[in-house]
Design a protein around this ligand. Structure first.
Ligand code: SF4
Length: 351
């Protein structure tokens, strides 16, 4: 059961300020609380050491906190760390810290499960249990940031590419982005944040209209409607023409970098004919970047990864046609932390 109380960390600065003023608190309390709740990611009122005990008790009476807890930590042989988080009612979601020489990236979830049933994705088989609140999304960032610090590294990038479709949890994702980029939040540059979507055209446009300036990645994975609908049912209502034009709209209105994500599946979308059509789609979105992704087979699903020679040939073709392309090698494979592998067995904790 969700608490009937309002969640403390979901309040806007204005709401928190109003509540503090009504309680007769001095103006500087707002800044102190903001630092604890959004900058430092405090997940318990006990941590608020410079807030008087009496005020902490009032906060406890009026508001809920319900933070995510870490239920399981796994580290892969390549250094990737996967955390399994437990919500207060026992649901499980996952986040991943991807550590390379150049950067440290937190891959976070926006929903418990996902309603979109992409055929190649483990999460899609779970269905959607609920949306995460913005503070639960931010808890993942704070907990993964602590993991990075334990490794002696600093978190540089955040990608919304874990469980769920971020744009189907629009309001909470938007609020989390505002806290991540606000000077009184984590003050991250929007260039360090990527939201990845399976493609919901009207919400991609709305992101631009709402003043969001993060990077936007479109999970493309196919170059014709017939082919894409076979693996991504969302394509029935948001076809290629609609999502590609929405991506262009986002780029034009925000000036932010946009990308096509393209998982290479053997004998499905990895021929030179596919590459040629992909070049055609790229021509519709100037400066779009292509991330080619190595697939991680999911037990029980039908897809296989393209082999190294085919992958190379595909990438070479794009680059010869002037498309900026990066090959994303699979990481964290031995702990099921790679793209498309985030799905928590059991889902409900047994407590
Ligand atoms: S790929 Fe993303 S949008 Fe598709 S089912 Fe998986 S989590 Fe949902």
């Amino acid at each position: 059961m969700q608490s009937a109380k309002k969640h403390l960390r979901q309040l806007s600065p204005e709401e928190l300020q109003q509540w503090l003023a009504a309680e007769g608190e001095p103006a500087y309390r707002l800044r102190q609380l903001q630092q604890w709740l959004w900058e430092k990611g405090a997940r318990s009122l006990h941590q608020l050491s410079n807030i008087p005990q009496k005020l902490r008790e009032k906060l406890h009476q009026h508001f809920a906190l319900e933070p995510l807890e870490v239920e399981l930590r796994q580290q892969a042989s390549d250094g990737t760390v996967k955390l399994r988080f437990r919500t207060h009612e026992g649901l499980l979601v996952e986040g991943v810290l991807i550590v390379t020489e150049e950067r440290v990236t937190a891959c976070i979830s926006s929903q418990v499960g996902c309603s979109l049933t992409c055929a190649f994705c483990a999460t899609g088989r779970m269905g959607r249990l609920r949306n995460l609140r913005s503070d639960e999304i931010l808890d993942q960032v704070h907990l993964l940031r602590e993991e990075a610090q334990r490794l002696g590294r600093q978190l540089n990038n955040i990608v919304y590419m874990g469980m769920g479709e971020p744009l189907l949890n629009y309001r909470e994702v938007l609020h989390s982005l505002q806290v991540l980029t606000a000077p009184q939040g984590l003050a991250l540059s929007p260039r360090r944040i990527t939201v990845s979507t399976a493609g919901i055209a009207k919400l991609m446009r709305r992101l631009a209209d709402d003043g969001v300036r993060v990077r936007l990645a479109l999970s493309l994975h196919a170059t014709t409607d017939e082919q894409r609908s076979r693996i991504m049912p969302i394509n029935e209502e948001n076809n290629l023409s609609a999502v590609v034009s929405a991506l262009r709209y986002y780029q034009e209105h925000t000036g932010s970098r946009v990308s096509f994500e393209y998982i290479l599946f053997s004998n499905f979308n990895d021929t030179l004919e596919d590459a040629r059509r992909l070049v055609g789609l790229c021509a519709q979105v100037p400066m779009v970047h292509v991330n080619l992704i190595e697939y991680n087979p999911v037990p029980g699903l039908f897809f296989e990864a393209s082999d190294a020679a085919t992958t190379q040939r595909f990438q070479d073709f794009l680059q010869r046609h002037g498309i900026p392309t990066t090959l994303r090698r699979s990481r964290g494979r031995d702990i099921d932390a790679a793209c498309g592998q985030l799905a928590t067995q059991g889902l409900l904790h047994s407590s």
